[in-house]
Write a protein that binds this ligand. Structure first.
Ligand code: NAD
Length: 411
């Protein structure tokens, strides 16, 4: 259960108020950002394989559309609730403003453990959710995308269901689709690759890159698996990885990522790989490494473990992985936090490229997509670092200040 201290929506509000207090923003803009534009809550009846009917709760929060159509992922997870979705939608508004893509912020999800559902049940659940959402989404209105436990196939089902309801097939109604069904090349890799560019740019600009820097990462899904690959290719030592059940730590050497992926594809957990030392999903964050990467869910770093973090850099690939109290502790320890709205913006950047290609009937090569992604991420990091230096604030505070400044130019 979310305690008040770790409630992500309360945290999002505190982040907003703190950054706004350093700027001269209109009271109306601040008031608008403190509440989502629209909240949608739906019941989705699903015929289960055993003949029973089960009803699931689905959510979509349209936080703000000053910069363009609402944009953000859909998450299938038992922890999904309204406060989580509201916070995630707010962070999308900030992220999109920060990197300058013409989208507002939205997010959605279903409170469900998809691991307990068959493929057919997930498809019926998704199609039911799409039918409920159809009146509220559209290429120029609100454009969902994948998030935790949602896949290109799930996006394709939503597109199909939407087409049936509105009587016209519009690929740009969702992003993160399979490439053969209007998806963009490079979307799958985008969040991990964007995180790689963010870290690389930070290390270059601060002159702090050392050879063989070691990395521990929590979460080895879409985001984590690609990021680990890019880092290893560039000479980082992948010392530890975990999934929800736990992970492993190597004192020396780098993990064999192909073997990890194969083991995961076979249904195993990383902790049972039989290499290195087994660690819990939580303990992976406090190992003696240079860089820690939370790439799973919110509230991974809290006041309970922040003091035990040994790394000098936390690269936030998950959304909202660090609580406010933990953030203060990390700052006192001089741990650099490269915040979520900057570090994981590569996903929505390439979602924007996909939407643009769909809207203009274009198909870009993967090289093109990666080049455009890099051209978006590196200057965003530079701008945030400059703001942090000139106001003498943390990188997170600077990222929010920049995002708010850009939003206020549109208000
Ligand atoms: P995913 O479902 O592909 O992978 C999630 C990973 O986290 C899995 O390895 C899972 O085992 C692990 N995990 C789940 N619960 C855990 C727990 N309690 N402790 C440790 N590990 C746990 O999801 P993803 O798309 O890789 O997303 C991961 C994070 O990145 C989320 O916070 C998401 O919001 C964020 N994000 C994703 C994208 C994207 O494009 N997919 C974009 C921006 C941000």
């Amino acid at each position: 259960m979310t305690t008040s201290k770790s409630n992500p929506w309360e945290r999002a509000q505190a982040q907003l108020v703190s950054a706004a207090s350093r700027l001269t923003l209109s009271a109306a803009l601040l008031e608008r950002l403190q509440k989502p534009d629209r909240i949608i809550e739906v019941s989705i009846p699903v015929s289960m394989d055993d003949g029973r009917q089960e009803v699931f709760q689905g959510y979509r929060v349209q936080h703000n559309n000053l910069a363009g159509p609402y944009k953000g992922g859909l998450r299938y997870h038992p922890q999904v609730d309204m406060d989580e979705v509201k916070a995630l939608a707010f962070w999308m508004t900030m992220k999109n403003a920060l990197i300058g893509v013409p989208f507002g912020g939205g997010k959605g999800g279903i409170s469900v453990d998809p691991k307990k559902l068959s493929d057919g049940e997930i498809e019926r659940l998704t199609r039911g959710f799409a039918r409920e959402l159809a009146p509220y989404i559209g290429p120029n209105v609100d454009v969902p995308a994948p998030d935790v436990n949602t896949t290109p196939k799930i996006m394709h089902w939503i597109r199909q269901e939407y087409a049936t309801i509105v009587g016209s097939d519009m690929p740009a109604v969702v992003t993160g689709k399979p490439v053969e069904h209007g998806g963009s090349l490079g979307r799958t890799e985008a969040t991990g690759l964007g995180g790689f560019y963010a870290l690389d740019e930070y290390l270059k600009k601060t002159g702090t890159r050392r050879s063989g820097m070691s990395v521990a990462m929590q979460g080895f899904g879409n985001v984590g698996s690609y990021l680990a690959g890019y880092l290893q290719e560039d000479g980082y030592r992948i010392a530890a990885l975990s999934d929800s059940k736990g992970g492993v730590f190597l004192e020396e050497g780098s993990l064999d990522l192909d073997a990890v992926q194969k083991h995961k594809d076979g249904g195993g957990s990383i902790r049972d790989m039989g290499v290195g030392r087994a660690v819990s999903a939580q303990d992976v964050l406090t190992l003696p490494v240079d860089i820690v990467i939370p790439a799973a869910l919110e509230n991974a770093i809290t006041e309970a473990n922040a003091d035990a973090i040994c790394a000098s850099i936390v690269l936030e690939l998950a959304n909202g992985p660090t609580t406010r109290e933990a953030d203060d502790i990390l700052q006192k320890k001089s741990v650099t936090v490269i915040p979520d709205i900057l570090a994981n913006a590569g996903g929505v950047a390439v979602s924007y490229f996909e939407w643009y290609q769909n809207m203009h009937g274009e198909v870009w090569t993967k090289e093109d997509v990666f080049k455009k992604l890099e051209a978006l991420m590196r200057p965003a990091v530079d701008a945030v670092l400059e703001t942090a230096a000139s106001y003498d604030v943390s990188i997170r505070e600077a990222a929010y200040m920049l995002a708010l400044t850009r939003l206020s130019e549109r208000a």
